[in-house]
Design a protein around this ligand. Structure first.
Ligand code: B12
Length: 439
């Protein structure tokens, strides 16, 4: 069979005013450009699990919502889904099926809502796809239809048996970063998190040798690549993290990752990360002070507990020459209209090299969604296209939805104008220089 793997690219936001403003905010545009061109690692894993007899190609649906025409030559197309673009994905799936192409859908969104997706696909797959995908391919080959493949019904995906993602399928498309996972899941459970934790209960680390193997394979496609670890939380295990870094040092890479703030507790780890090529860590700080963070992390209230050391942690990381991209969620239950100014002041005072501000978003399948639904606070239920992290679709406790939007616009302008960006970055460079002169 000819099999197409269809990734949805680009970033999404529905809020018109924010989109217009975004164009004038350098910091905003910068990050969007970087992230908009990441390939779909999930589909590259599926490609690696596809029996060799099939002819396989990797394609991207463009941000203008069109699918490449080449996809219509395929017998089977696998579409990977996030909530924000699910309606676009359904439209494409409907068109493909009308043209006689069989469609399989998987990924974060349909894993939570398989019955919704079943109206648009021949095969719907929940959970990690490495085990179930070969069964889907077989079903398509045999002409069996309309089936939901539940990940839980297949043997668990063994983290130490993952194949090398098929980076070689990416061709000449100008990706500026390549993703790789060093782990799956996260041991913590923040109520709003809609990452891999929604697919896998258990946090699992990969054998370091296999991570290096996959990096070598990226290097064959792109010498000296910039790597983004597509993990939920990379440095949970500090000793494993140190060993990973030691083995990365000889590769002379540059990389970015997502981690929690405890990475700052271990100077030896920070030193190794820097030497291994870590350029930036993205840390979910969520809110500058403790009050709004109470109860967010459901297993041990960690976000609230950690918040007391945010300032020291940011300084520790940045003085090692690693930039911090501090992420804040606006609209938490404890937030009042003061939050916008508080985030601005905190980001400027702590000299965060990059800042990411997002709106609290109730993704389906999260504890947050269930709670807001129970409390009657979801504004337009089922509007998954608003799950962009930039659109307001819930009733905040201490402000009106429009006040939250206005605050987001204001804060964006305060943080992302040239002057503010330069001040924060100068602060970082001074700190990093001083840090180096002490070592
Ligand atoms: C890389 C990335 C991107 C890339 C994606 C590139 C691409 N084309 O896939 C880019 C930069 C384009 C992107 C965009 C967006 N992203 Co993003 N992104 C990530 C990130 C960092 C890593 C995802 C990843 O690679 N995971 C690893 C792979 C292996 O897992 P996977 O994709 O889930 O695939 C597995 C299974 O799901 C399954 N599977 C997946 N697809 C299929 C298909 C079939 C047929 C089968 C059988 C199985 C299957 O098998 C795979 C292997 O086990 C995560 C955060 C994180 N740390 O995880 C956020 C994340 C996925 N993004 C998120 C969001 C919100 C967005 C945006 C809406 C942001 C925006 N405002 O624009 C857009 C979405 C727009 C769009 N185009 O879809 C949310 C999604 C939440 C949700 N449930 O929908 C996440 C979780 C981050 C967060 N803060 O919550 N993102």
């Amino acid at each position: 069979m000819k099999i197409g793997l269809l990734a949805m690219s680009g970033i999404r936001a529905c809020d018109e005013k924010l989109l217009q403003l975004g164009l004038t905010m350098p910091g905003f545009v910068e990050r969007s450009k970087v992230v908009a061109s990441l390939p779909s690692l999930g589909l590259l894993y599926l490609a690696a699990c596809t029996p060799a007899e099939h002819d396989i190609r990797y394609l991207e649906a463009e941000s203008d919502r069109t699918e490449p025409t080449g996809i219509y030559d395929c017998d089977l197309v696998a579409i990977s889904t996030f909530s924000a673009q699910i309606f676009e994905a359904y439209v494409i799936a409907d068109r493909l099926r009308a043209a006689g192409v069989k469609v399989a859908m998987g990924g974060l969104h349909v894993s939570v809502l398989p019955d919704e997706a079943a109206a648009h696909a021949d095969y719907v797959v929940t959970g990690e796809g490495e085990r179930s995908w070969p069964a889907v391919v077989r079903a398509a080959q045999e002409g069996r239809n309309e089936m939901v493949f539940r990940g839980a019904e297949f043997p668990p995906v063994k983290i130490d048996e993952l194949p090398v993602p098929r980076y070689d399928l990416l061709g000449q498309r100008p990706y500026n970063r390549f993703t790789i996972q060093t782990s799956r899941g996260c041991p913590w459970r923040c109520d709003f998190c809609a990452s891999t934790v929604t697919l896998v209960e258990k946090y699992r680390k990969r054998p370091i040798g296999q991570i290096l193997r996959d990096i070598q394979s990226i290097c064959q496609v792109r010498p000296r690549p910039f790597i983004e670890f597509a993990d939920d939380n990379t440095f949970v295990d500090k000793e494993w993290g140190k060993e990973l870094c030691r083995q990365l040092i000889p590769l002379h890479l540059k990389w970015f990752t997502e981690t929690d703030v405890t990475v700052a507790d271990d100077p030896e780890l920070l030193d190794l990360m820097r030497r291994a090529g870590c350029r930036q860590v993205l840390v979910g700080l969520e809110s500058p002070d403790r009050s709004a963070l109470e109860g967010i992390e459901l297993r041990g209230n960690r976000k609230a507990i950690w918040s007391d050391r945010y300032a020291d942690a940011i300084r520790a990381v940045q003085s090692h020459g690693i930039t911090v991209n501090g992420c804040f969620v606006l609209g938490l239950d404890g937030h009042t209209r003061e939050i916008f100014r508080q985030v601005r002041d905190f980001a400027m005072e702590q000299m965060l090299y990059d800042v990411q501000i997002t709106i609290l978003t109730a993704f389906p399948g999260t504890p947050l969604y269930d709670r807001l639904k129970r409390e009657g606070r979801v504004l337009q239920d089922g509007r998954w296209d608003l799950c962009t992290l930039f659109d307001v679709n819930f009733q905040p406790v201490n402000m009106r939805p429009q006040e939250l939007r206005d605050g987001m616009y204001w804060l964006g302008q305060e943080l992302y104008n040239d002057h503010a960006t330069q001040c924060r970055r100068d602060g970082f460079f001074n700190l990093a220089r001083r840090g180096r002169s002490h070592t």
